[in-house]
Design a protein around this ligand. Sequence first.
Ligand SMILES: [Zn+2]
Length: 115
Amino acid sequence: MNLLSAKKQIIENTDPDRVYVENIRSFFNINSKIAQKLCNVAVKRGFFDKYVEVRCPNDDSTIYSSESFEEIPSQIICQNCQLNEEDNYQFDKKDLKANTFYRLSNKYRNEKVSI
Ligand SMILES: [Zn+2]
């Protein structure tokens, strides 16, 4: 497997702005540990940019994403829940689960896919 074929599969199969280790794992039918390693290599080579997101505990929507967990504010509002007038729409960062995801870097995105 090389990065070009990985890129083609990612573009065809998922949102290149939001790639999870689980996507990589299932595309290539590999275990999570290897999928994580592959993502780390892709970040090192500039193929992926790494991000972290936190999700609303009520509706599971992504309420904040950033290049690092530290940059996420300590209080986060879920606009969906606020619009829906839920009692609880403001959350403490420390109570939320953070997920890592990857974004296909602009450099690779703008190149033509050639296999
Ligand atoms: Zn919400």
